[in-house]
Write a protein that binds this ligand. Structure first.
Ligand SMILES: CCCCCCCC(=O)CC(=O)SCCNC(=O)CCNC(=O)[C@H](O)C(C)(C)COP(=O)(O)OP(=O)(O)OC[C@H]1O[C@@H](n2cnc3c(N)ncnc32)[C@H](O)[C@@H]1OP(=O)(O)O
Ligand SMILES: NC(=O)C1=CN([C@@H]2O[C@H](COP(=O)(O)OP(=O)(O)OC[C@H]3O[C@@H](n4cnc5c(N)ncnc54)[C@H](O)[C@@H]3O)[C@@H](O)[C@H]2O)C=CC1
Length: 308
């Protein structure tokens, strides 16, 4: 009896605190997807970018992705698909003013470039501007959530929400709690992840969390095999797709994510953990990055791509 009373008051307080207004900072590859899936779930999104031109590009990429989702969801009724796209887009408001964008926010998800100094500057400004109840999260791939949160006065209301690329397709959300993230914040993150259709797992604030801590060494060993001449990149990719059931081989995935990103992660972890041989930098990847060959986004990485 007393249990059911407690349960009711807990769920009432959760319902009262449900996240409805989300601000996403950064509308690149990840931020555009995060904004899209949040709006698809019926929540209001403010999407912040550095200028109007980038916002326009973000808007186009969300429209393209939404059209793919609509085609799948409403294949027998295209008019409903059009309505879905229009309504979802209508819930996303673009902004170039991060300070104003957080005034009404229940949750802020940061997805700007992977640079600790730039993230620190942003969160310092947002912390001063946002209501004390606003929850903050970073989508960082490789940095420490605690270190990012250290410049704010809301370390208990700060955690990691790590999405996967492409966000509209990948079902996983890693919810990261630091030793200072409160239980209430953690529960709110888990509930929010579920509300936008993701399957949440929890991980401590350790380098790479779960997926990247396993994926990066795997990818690095594949590159070492190629550098030793054991097998070609194409054959390693074919082997891992047909022999291990991966949707993409390690070189295709590397080109898809961006070699600049994986190289940055590896170098950062090598600097932090120089004794760990898994994170030794990769000569072929460093060379490609120095030549501006970042993978699909630049037209060439381990493979060549037609520029659209
Ligand atoms: C090296 C490690 C370094 C880590 C660096 C940091 C990175 C991180 O922090 C975390 C990460 O994100 S790690 C990367 C995780 N992502 C992956 O592993 C993707 C693996 N690839 C795939 O799942 C499929 O090839 C994929 C889904 C991408 C494409 O599938 P297909 O090859 O079958 O191609 P499609 O037929 O075009 O697509 C399949 C269905 O998905 C829909 N779709 C794809 N992209 C979409 C998008 N952007 N928006 C909306 N819908 C999308 C597409 O419509 C299709 O749907 P169906 O028609 O129903 O099949
Ligand atoms: N690329 C990937 O597969 C994944 C990346 N991540 C993480 O997500 C974050 C974003 O990565 P991507 O979307 O790949 O990068 P991206 O380079 O595609 O997008 C970053 C966007 O942030 C914008 N930006 C930079 N500074 C800003 C600021 N102060 N205010 C507002 N916007 C700003 C840039 O204009 C750019 O459009 C990084 O922390 C990355 O580690 C996480 C999961 C997967």
């Amino acid at each position: 009896m007393s249990f059911s009373v407690i349960k009711r008051s807990f769920s009432t307080s959760m319902a009262k605190n449900a996240i409805k207004n989300v601000t996403v900072i950064g509308g690149g590859l990840m931020g555009s997807g995060i904004a899209q899936v949040t709006a698809q779930a019926g929540q209001n999104v403010t999407l912040v970018e550095v200028n109007a031109d980038v916002l326009k590009k973000t808007e186009t990429s969300i429209a393209t992705s939404l059209a793919r989702v609509a085609k799948k969801l409403y294949k027998d009724k295209p008019s409903d698909g059009e309505k879905f796209v229009a309504e979802t887009r209508g819930r996303i408001k673009g902004s170039t003013d991060p300070i104003a964008s957080v005034k009404q926010a229940d949750l802020v998800v940061e997805a700007i470039i992977e640079n600790i100094d730039i993230k620190h500057k942003l969160f310092k400004d947002l912390d001063a501007a946002a209501p004390p109840t606003t929850l903050f999260a970073s989508n960082t791939s490789s940095l420490s959530i605690g270190e990012i949160a250290s410049v704010t006065n809301r370390k208990d209301r700060f955690g990691g929400l790590h999405f996967f690329n492409p966000v509209p397709v990948m079902k996983l959300l890693e919810v990261i709690r630091t030793p200072e993230t409160s239980d209430e914040t953690y529960q709110a993150f888990m509930a929010w992840g579920k509300s936008i259709g993701k399957v949440c797992i929890t991980c401590k604030d350790t380098p790479g969390f779960v997926v990247n801590r396993l994926l990066v060494p795997y990818m690095a060993e594949a590159v070492r095999m190629y550098e030793r001449g054991d097998a070609s990149a194409r054959d390693i990719d074919t082997a891992m797709k047909l022999g291990a059931g991966y949707p993409m081989g390690p070189f295709e995935l590397n080109d898809y994510v961006g070699l600049d990103t994986t190289n940055f992660i590896l170098e950062g972890w090598h600097k932090k953990m120089p004794e760990n041989p898994l994170f030794e930098p990769l000569e072929s990847m460093k060379k490609l990055v120095s030549e501006g060959k970042f993978g699909i986004k630049s037209g060439e990485g381990y493979y060549k791509y037609d520029k659209k």
